[in-house]
Design a protein around this ligand. Sequence first.
Ligand code: ZN
Length: 250
Amino acid sequence: MRVARLRRATGPVFALLEDTEALLCDRAPWEGGRPTGERTPWSEGELLCPVTPSKIVCVGRNYALHARELGHEVPREPLLFLKPPSSLLDPGGTIVRPPESTRVEHEAEIAVVVGQRLRHASAAEAAAAVLGYSCAGDITARDLQKSDGQWTRAKGFDTFCPVGPWIETSLDLGAVEVSCRVGGAERQRGRASDMVFGVPELLAYASQVMTLLPGDVFLTGTPEGVSPLERGDALEIEVSGVGCLRVRVE
Ligand code: ZN
């Protein structure tokens, strides 16, 4: 099932998507939202970022080849960091490269949407709490990431976290691939099965530190092939079994 957030005259509305029609819901699915009975046609231009999280938890160096391309070893424990919810970007949106940086790069990632509160969870409890998956970009000012020594500024700019175009709730991650195209040319491709730490393990690990709330988002790391984004680039991030997220670079 596809869960989306649609732009409507009265404000954003969560909906379950069918091919041409949307079943409008009374609130977000992680808040117990249900279809209201109203059906309406939908179009791609109405799709908003499908998540409204209290936090976006991320993991660095979770694919061995990407860790190595940046000159790092694979970590022994998940290397967690946060992106602010203010960095979220709608499908079809525009990434703004800040003047502080001369090297803004794409990182295509599988986003996990948490459906239930998790605190000191086991991997099995974490697995059962996954609502679904989406496509995400962990856009990064690589020069600032290196010069700052920590990542808050480099990964926290407004527009640096495109997510969408919807949440797919029935997906077996086993054979899923995440890929990235810039101007139609493939730059990244990786398999979920190549993650150093899997999704249940990541959520359980994070939940020892911070309570994961319904609707929170977890970005699971990026495969190798990160590269700079230039003015006017068309960025496509695809997760097989979910769909394709398209944004542009200002
Ligand atoms: Zn990343």
